[in-house]
Every structure is written in structure tokens, then in C-alpha cells.
Design a binder for this molecule. Structure first.
Ligand code: PEP
Ligand code: MG
Length: 363
């Protein structure tokens, strides 16, 4: 056993010496980040922030959704901000000295709205008993207003940030003030801010202006400075096609191949695997699920196009991938060929990603 473990370690160390691709991790908590660091992660390539709004924070989220004016919105955001600040303080501490790409909130709305069915039942029962459904009725009306037939194609990512005033600004203030505090402690926080689901440079421009304004303000108030690259995910075909324009507003791109696969094939990420994929696999339409291994001819071609167009407008554009494909051996070879700078995958896939990145260089 020991001999084998030693051999694997030597192999991975050798891969580290030759590989060109950096290997980062997808991690949303300090615990995951610390684990990934032990596995050799060179940073966080994707911190998803939407889970940070669930659990006991849901109440504030409901108030945010229910808000009828900016003051109510601000009150709800003021509850969330110190909690977010703590999240980022822990995460940036765990990854001190390494890049931490924090993606601004990108929930499919249905995942963090209260259930419309449950609310409807509650309201109906209250009415039956001749009681005032009160808060539940207001909440139900808001949830009905926001209900979407296709939440994955709906009010998500940058769209949500542009629609709910102050939401992105709150997150960025939390990130920046956490970084400022660490900086004052002599630490080396390296946050990067990533805008999700961008399809047009105009969306990114608006979000970026807001982000930059907040970063400037916090740096001024706190009297410390640190660089914060701002970038975007490329996860819609339109983003890949217009990557030349988008790169003018982005210091980095991270390919979101989960959504890019969904939107390129028109397959629903949530439903498709159970319904007809087995037939497709049997009939040889594809040999592996395109959600697992990169589809070079379609999704892969868009990744290549996005990388080329992005780099031709901004030669120093940093390029990564943070979809599930970032931990898939065959896909890693493809990302190496395309010339990406890093792959980002779940903590447990890091050793394999390091090995494959090395093999990709050698072949
Ligand atoms: C993606 O779409 O590939 C991605 C990494 O984002 P998420 O899975 O959170 O949508
Ligand atoms: Mg995505």
C-alpha cells in the first residue's frame, strides 16, 4: 500500500513540474477550501455564493423579495451584509496568498423562493378558518409575480443583479471589507470578482461599473489597497460569440461549461439525464454525457471561439474553466489544447486534475 501511495505521489509531483495548466478548486466554504488546499489547489476558481442565502438567512431574502421600495431593500441587505462579510473573511483567510474567484449570486430563483404550493395551501387554510393570511398572502403574491416556467433561463446571474438594486453592491462591499481587514492584519487576500450569466457586454459594463464604484469606496474608507480583478463567466453561446466585446470589460473569463452545455444543446441540466440520455447513449449519439465530458465539436468549439476572440481583443486575458468538466480527464486535455490558464474542479478531483494536466503537456 505505502509503495503504491509513494508512487502516486511521485507521479503527481512529476506532473506538477511539467504541467502548464493551473489547478484550482470549486469551493464555497472555508472547510472545503482548506481541504482543497491540502489536495494541492492553487486557488479557488469558483466560489458559488447562492447557498449563502439559504437556511436561517432566508428570512432576510424574503424581505428582499417582498421589498416594495429601495429603503426596504436596503434594510434586508443590511442584515445580509455582515453575514456575507464573515463568509468571505473565512474563505479569504483559508486561501491566504492564493486567488479566490467569488461569483456574485446566481440562483435559479425557484431554489431560493419559498414554495408557491406550500404558501397557497397555507393561505387557503387560513381563509377557510376565517383567519387573515397576512404575511403569507403578501409573500404568495410576490412569489407568484416572480414565478417562472423556465427558471434556468430566467432571472438569474447578472440579470438578478441588475434588477435588485444594491444586491451586487452588498456582496462586493462584504468581499472588499473582508479583504481590507485581512490586509490590515498583514495577510495577502486575493479576491477576484466574477459576474455570472453574461450574454452581452452591456450587462457586464453596468455590473462592472457598480462593482468598481464599491471597491473604490471601500479602499478609500479603509485606507488600504489591493488589486481585485473583475471578470465574467462565459456560459451562454452569445457570450462565446461576442467574447471579443466582452473581453474589453473583463480581466478574466471562466467558462461555465455546465450552462454552456445546457444552452448549446438545449438540454435542461435538471431533467435531461433521467429522461432520454440512456437512449442517446445506446444509439451512440454520444459516447458519454456531454455534461460529463466536453463535447469538442459543439460546446468545445464555443470554448475555443470564446478563448480566441477574447484573447485577440485582450492579449493578457486570463482564461479558466469552472464547470464540472474541469475535473474530467479527457476534457482537461482539451482545455490544455485550447490554451486555457487553469481548470477548477471539486476538491476530491484535484489530484487527478494535476496528473492529467501534466499528461496533457507531455502529449
Ligand atoms: C457552469 O454553468 O458551468 C457553472 C460553473 O456554474 P453553475 O454550475 O453554478 O451554473
Ligand atoms: Mg452556470
Amino acid at each position: 500500500g505505502d509503495e503504491l501511495v509513494g508512487a502516486v505521489h511521485r507521479l503527481i509531483s512529476h506532473a506538477d513540474e511539467v504541467r502548464r495548466l493551473e489547478v484550482r478548486t470549486n469551493a464555497d466554504t472555508a472547510d472545503d477550501a482548506a481541504r482543497a488546499r491540502r489536495f494541492g489547489a492553487q486557488g479557488i476558481g469558483l466560489c458559488r455564493t447562492e447557498h449563502m442565502f439559504l437556511g436561517e438567512r432566508r428570512e432576510a431574502v424574503e424581505r428582499l423579495i417582498l421589498a416594495e421600495d429601495e429603503a426596504e431593500c436596503e434594510a434586508a441587505l443590511a442584515v445580509l451584509e455582515p453575514l456575507q462579510r464573515k463568509d468571505f473573511l473565512e474563505l479569504l483567510s483559508a486561501m491566504d496568498g492564493l486567488p479566490v474567484t467569488i461569483r456574485l449570486i446566481d440562483p435559479p430563483l425557484h431554489e431560493f423562493l419559498p414554495s408557491m404550493e406550500d404558501l397557497a395551501v397555507k393561505v387557503a387554510l387560513a381563509k377557510e378558518r376565517g383567519e387573515d393570511p397576512g404575511h403569507d398572502a403578501t409573500l404568495l403574491a410576490a412569489v407568484e409575480r416572480l414565478h417562472e416556467q423556465n427558471p434556468m433561463l430566467g432571472l438569474r446571474g447578472v440579470r438578478l443583479g441588475l434588477v435588485i438594486p444594491g444586491l451586487f453592491a452588498m456582496q462586493v462591499r462584504a468581499i472588499a471589507s473582508a479583504a481590507a481587514e485581512l490586509k490590515k492584519q498583514g495577510k495577502d487576500p486575493r479576491p477576484e470578482i466574477m459576474i455570472p450569466l453574461v450574454g452581452a457586454v452591456q450587462e457586464l459594463q453596468l455590473a462592472r461599473d457598480e462593482v468598481e464604484g464599491v471597491l473604490r469606496q471601500v479602499a478609500e474608507d479603509e485606507g488600504v489597497e489591493w488589486p481585485t480583478p473583475i471578470g465574467t463567466m462565459i456560459e451562454l453561446p452569445r457570450a462565446a460569440v461576442t467574447a471579443g466585446q466582452i473581453a474589453e470589460e473583463a480581466e478574466f473569463f471562466s467558462f461555465g461549461t455546465n450552462d454552456l452545455t445546457q444552452t448549446t444543446w438545449g438540454f435542461s441540466r435538471d431533467d435531461v439525464e433521467g429522461s432520454f440520455f440512456s437512449t442517446y447513449l445506446e444509439k451512440g449519439i454520444f459516447a458519454v454525457s456531454p455534461f460529463e465530458s466536453i463535447d469538442r465539436d459543439g460546446v468545445g468549439a464555443l470554448v475555443r471561439m470564446g478563448a480566441e476572440r477574447g484573447r485577440s481583443s485582450r492579449p493578457d486575458l486570463k482564461l479558466g474553466i469552472c464547470g464540472e468538466h474541469g475535473g474530467d480527464p479527457d476534457s482537461i486535455h482539451f482545455f490544455h489544447e485550447v490554451g486555457l490558464d487553469y481548470v477548477s474542479c471539486s476538491p476530491f478531483r484535484i489530484p487527478v486534475a494535476r496528473l492529467e494536466a501534466g499528461r496533457a503537456t507531455l502529449s
